[in-house]
Design a protein around this ligand. Sequence first.
Ligand SMILES: [Zn+2]
Length: 372
Amino acid sequence: MRFSEILGHESVKERLRTMADNDRLPHALVIEGPPGTGKFAMARATAQYIHCANRTDGDSCGHCPSCVQHQSFNHIDTIYSFPVLKSAGGAVSDDFMSLWKEFLNDSPYMDFESWQRMLGNPNGQPVIYVDESQEIIRKLSFTSHGASCKVVIMWLPEKMNNQCANKLLKLIEEPLPGVKLIFVSNSPGAILPTIYSRLQRLEMKRLSDGEVSSYLQACHSIAPEDALPLAHLAGGSVLAAEKALSSHGENREFLELFQKLMRLAYQRKIGLLKKWSQDAAALGREQAGRFCGYCQRQIRENFIANLKIEQLNYLNREETAFSRNFSPFINERNVEQLSSLFNKAEEDILANGNGKIIFFDVAVKVILLLKR
Ligand SMILES: [Zn+2]
């Protein structure tokens, strides 16, 4: 991973580069910030830069033997450490190394949920156990293999159990020469305070909508007019944007259901609305809940569209096409009630209420609210 492959965060790159160039990288560093911003990629790029034999233009070369090893996650003086599940068959990172490389190959953006799934238990809580800190200390006791220093990259130090953290603390309090520890954290507040207070912190904030949007256009061939609304919804996280992208098909289905509801309610077609509520209920609890969330967003965005505040509007092309005729119906007299109607329906559905009854009740109320 080279710095140039990471989206945005130019000032963070510059700081890391300068520290490395001047041999002033702290022995223990934490890169912290929200998920999906590229923190782990930054840690990888830093390690590759440290080890590169031929740094060029403020980046690793990408070609020297050390860079080649890094790119296949096989660098001899780089130790990866991450949470694992004993129930999945091991207590240290090395037990899961081939799975881990597969995970890293999937995307530079680290998704904890997909790691849980890869470990075979979506509800399991992976941990960094005490065996792991013993293993790290053991590996660091060997001399390095010709590289300038050994680098430990630990993903999610907040997942260390107390025993593990206390054992590792010694390494942070009494640093070994030629060893750099880089921690990558989504929740620094959950790291053992005695460890956290000894780390130099580097924050990676959310990416801008423009940055995420250009990533979606470049890497997923999304049209600019669709990329920006997606990026905005993702709140500066490439991960969230990619997840939204994979639910694009679902959103299309939701839009059709939403349009149908509004059209039938406007025409007061009770019989067809009854059929509609059966269709909506057939989505099943989780998806029906997401559909209610989708409706709340459509109501809000159409209200904003009605106010003609274009720069605040985040609808995709299909939604915008419907909104042209629909938005005049959403105004200050009904926007709040419509929003809370769908909000309440979402709560009732997630609480295991009867979907057909809840959605038919919604449909009847929408008839009345559209007339306001
Ligand atoms: Zn190189």
